[in-house]
Design a binder for this molecule. Structure first.
Ligand SMILES: Cc1cc2nc3c(=O)[nH]c(=O)nc-3n(C[C@H](O)[C@H](O)[C@H](O)COP(=O)(O)OP(=O)(O)OC[C@H]3O[C@@H](n4cnc5c(N)ncnc54)[C@H](O)[C@@H]3O)c2cc1C
Ligand code: FES
Length: 262
């Protein structure tokens, strides 16, 4: 379990448009950043916005020296559209870091898979595996809609042994879904022992089933609508394969794939 969380008023350092509907926001919030681990999330409140509830976002990356937190978000509704209008200096209340992130093991190579904006938490995870830990750099597989979403390379290139894209329309990389590329990747890198996935449920389910069949350890990062973010409202629960009821916010968002899809 995550041991510590804080509420800190941070301020916007930059809020850049990466594509028509995706922004990258850098927040200065050194206390939360100091504690943040890959796969954890924060609940944020735009102090200048009109939404009452906080909104959850994965920790995309951190700069611990400068106390900076990167969030990458898709404009999905009122809250995120209001976020996208914020300029440098705007105040944001950041609660976190929340939940349990990915686990790390030096034994063998890791395949990181991200789909859509689920690629965000893959960045910090890749930094940890590719730049902070000894051992082989991860292979990173990204499933995106089309060539207009290749901005992810700027965040990930330095940490990967190989970066593979699939696009829905074939406008870059391999045409199709991320899962279609996995058999070739496993053949080319037989030292892969772990798979970590964040993206749409259907993608995570397919990859989890493949990993379980091949005897590979697999972790998935779940998304549920969250009202409180710390185990009180019970809005984010699901029943695992073991019969246990889990809270995505407190027990996850990262779970062993067998418990979710096994
Ligand atoms: C642990 C976690 C981490 C997340 N990380 C990211 C991230 O890194 N980047 C990112 O772009 N998004 C992320 N999300 C989703 C993000 O929280 C929602 O897109 C956001 O809250 C929408 O707020 P809104 O006010 O703009 O939309 P609303 O007006 O509230 O809703 C618009 C649409 O967004 C969807 N939505 C709303 N809230 C959630 C939610 N909590 N989870 C999933 N879908 C939701 C609804 O289906 C709705 O159709 C994450 C969600 C969770 C639970
Ligand atoms: S979001 Fe309230 S219990 Fe998980």
């Amino acid at each position: 379990m995550a041991t510590k969380k804080l509420v800190e008023t941070g301020n916007v350092i930059s809020n850049e448009e990466l594509s028509a509907d995706v922004n990258a926001m850098v927040l200065e919030c050194p206390k939360v950043v100091e504690l943040a681990q890959p796969g954890q999330f924060v609940m944020i409140k735009n102090e200048m916005g009109s939404t009452y509830l906080r909104r959850p976002f994965g920790v995309a990356d951190v700069d611990k020296e400068k106390g900076l937190l990167l969030l990458i978000y898709r404009k999905a509704g009122k809250g995120t559209n209001e976020l996208s209008m914020l300029e440098e200096g705007a105040p944001i209340s950041v609660e976190g870091p929340l939940g349990n992130g990915f686990s790390f093991d030096n034994d063998g190579r890791t395949l990181l898979v991200g789909g859509g904006v689920g690629i965000a938490p893959i960045i910090y995870t890749a930094r940890k595996l590719g730049a902070e830990m000894a051992g082989p750099k991860p292979i990173i597989l990204l499933g995106v809609r089309n060539h207009k979403e290749l901005f992810w390379s700027d965040f990930l290139e330095d940490f990967s042994q190989k970066l593979v894209y699939t696009t829905d329309d074939g406008s870059y990389g391999r045409k199709g879904f991320a899962i279609d590329a996995i058999p070739d990747i496993l053949k080319a890198y037989p030292d892969i022992k772990h798979i970590k996935v964040c993206g749409p449920t259907i993608m995570m389910k397919g990859i989890a089933e493949l990993a379980i069949k091949q005897g590979l350890e697999c972790e998935v990062s779940l998304e549920k609508r969250m009202a409180c973010g710390f185990g009180v409202c019970l809005g984010c629960t699901f029943e695992g394969k073991s019969g246990k009821r889990w809270k995505v916010c407190g027990d996850g968002p990262v779970f062993d794939a067998e418990e979710v899809f096994g």
